[in-house]
Design a protein around this ligand. Structure first.
Ligand code: PLP
Length: 365
């Protein structure tokens, strides 16, 4: 297998794919694939329960939080969040640090909900996250939404914002963790809702994870479709309709891999820090590659960089491809390069990328 630096759908651990292959045609002697099982069967319910239990253990999720395994991607949450959290009135507050945060705000606005921008890094070109003291929530804030890691810009929060209004009251903090969930430990109790599309650190595309505090259930706006209502989804064990069973199962294998093979999230944290530090150090040491993000906010998961001569971009990408280093092209909206270093990207892959970059610079720089 080549080294895959794709931002999403991202590389999956080889050990997980091998395990899935070994169980593909015949799951545990049942004579059928997980893909072919009823979601209501004992076998699938056991898979679903184990997957949730492993995730709860990995993230130390307190018992007053529900874990939902949904469809529709993180983008569907952009709509579901206001539908579920504005039922008692108030406005959705946002911190915007890049393209995904902008989309979350845009979707809530499109649906006609009251929205307020509580903080933004737009003025600095999204190279540093706004500091806590600059955040200004509206008086009627119902919740504060932010994106802990902006996947395209490569900007990551190095602190957990406080969702405090001017009068001292605190509202639920809602976080889009699509591209850095499971990259290290977090304190779930700091959040009202955490959500993430699966296709980076969780599993294949098609599954969306939502972790929601119990007291935020049951407040959906009238007319909210059942498939969008957290309370109904939680009551049905995420099975209001047929869930994405195979993606759910693969996520379960990834959680087992994180626990059993990788030593849990403390160990992942150390490994991810080392991988990112190495790559940023190589970029900073060269006169040819550069990354614009303020060092404390540099993403550990997505490392964008540009070449001193953009005319060489295509050559760089072609040669990288030939060397077995795949998907290094930056997002189409920003260009340049981006190396995504999710959990399944090994340190060996990062070393190979750094060696390739040094060699390319020497030959072409
Ligand atoms: N939020 C972030 C931070 C993302 O990186 C992405 C996708 O890359 C999304 C949201 C949208 O995710 P989805 O494609 O699952 O809707």
């Amino acid at each position: 297998r080549h080294y895959n630096f794709c931002a999403g759908p991202a590389a999956l651990p080889a050990a997980v794919l091998e395990r899935a292959r070994s169980e593909l045609l015949d799951f545990h002697g049942r004579g059928l694939s997980v893909m072919e099982m009823s979601h209501r069967s004992d076998d699938f319910i056991a898979i679903a329960e184990r997957t949730e239990a492993d995730l709860r253990q990995l993230l130390s999720i307190p018992s007053n939080y529900k874990v939902l395994f949904l469809q529709g991607g993180a983008s569907m949450q952009f709509a579901m969040l206001p539908m579920n959290l504005l039922g008692k009135g108030g406005s959705a507050n946002f911190i915007q640090t890049g393209i995904w945060g902008k989309k979350a705000l845009g979707e809530a606005k499109r649906l006609g909900y009251s929205c307020h921008l509580a903080g933004s890094s737009e003025a600095n070109g999204h190279v540093a996250v706004p500091e806590q003291h600059t955040l200004a929530l509206s008086r009627d804030a119902a919740y504060l939404h932010y994106t802990s890691n902006e996947t395209i810009g490569g900007l990551e929060f190095n602190y957990t914002p406080q969702a405090q209004c001017a009068d001292g009251s605190v509202v639920p903090l809602v976080c889009d963790m699509s591209s850095n969930i499971l990259s290290g430990p977090i304190n779930v109790a700091d959040f009202g809702v955490i959500y993430a599309g699966a296709q980076k650190n969780i599993g294949p595309a098609g599954l969306t994870l939502v972790i929601v505090r119990d007291d935020l259930l049951g407040n959906a706006l009238p007319g909210t479709p059942s498939l969008f209502d957290y309370q109904l989804l939680a009551e049905a064990g995420s099975m209001v309709n047929t869930p994405p069973t195979y993606a759910w199962y693969l996520a379960g294998l990834v959680f087992q891999w994180l626990k059993d093979d990788m030593g849990g999230l403390d160990a992942m944290d150390v490994l991810n820090q080392r991988k990112a530090d190495k790559l940023y150090a190589a970029i900073d040491a060269s006169g040819f590659y550069s990354n614009p993000i303020a060092p404390p906010n540099r993403s550990r998961m997505n490392v964008p960089f540009v070449l001193a001569d953009a005319a060489l971009d295509k050559v760089f990408l072609n040669e990288a491809d030939e060397a077995g280093l795949l998907n290094l092209q930056g997002h189409r909206s920003v260009g340049g390069m981006r190396a995504s270093l999710y959990n399944a990207v090994t340190e060996e892959a990062v070393d190979a990328l750094i060696a390739f970059m040094a060699d390319f610079e020497q030959r072409r720089g």
